[in-house]
Design a protein around this ligand. Structure first.
Ligand SMILES: Nc1ncnc2c1ncn2[C@@H]1O[C@H](COP(=O)(O)OP(=O)(O)O)[C@@H](O)[C@H]1O
Ligand SMILES: [Mg+2]
Length: 66
C-alpha cells in the first residue's frame, strides 16, 4: 500500500533570479513500512523536497498524494 505518491514534481524558487529549476520531474512511491533515503550533493534540493512535503513550499508542479 502506497502511503506517499509523488508524480512529476517540479519546483523552482520564485525569488531565485537564475530561475533555475531545483526539482524537475521527480516521481517516487513510498510503501507502508518502507524506508528511503534522499541522497545528493549540497544544494541539489533535498531540503526543498522536505519543505514541499511539509507544506512549507506549496507552489509546485506535479502531484503529491497519500
Ligand atoms: N528560499 C530560497 N530561495 C531561493 N533559493 C533557495 C531557497 N532555499 C534554497 N534555495 C536554493 O535551492 C537549491 C536547493 O537547496 P536545498 O534544498 O537547501 O539543498 P540541499 O538540502 O540538497 O542541500 C540551492 O541552490 C539553494 O541555494
Ligand atoms: Mg539541506
Amino acid at each position: 500500500m502506497n502511503i506517499l505518491n509523488i508524480e512529476n514534481l517540479t519546483f523552482g524558487y520564485k525569488n531565485n533570479d537564475s530561475h533555475n529549476l531545483i526539482i524537475q520531474d521527480l516521481s517516487l512511491k513510498l510503501d507502508k513500512n518502507e524506508l528511503i533515503s534522499i541522497v545528493g550533493g549540497s544544494g541539489c534540493g533535498k531540503s526543498t523536497l522536505i519543505k514541499i512535503l511539509a507544506g512549507i513550499e506549496n507552489e509546485y508542479g506535479g502531484t503529491i498524494f497519500s
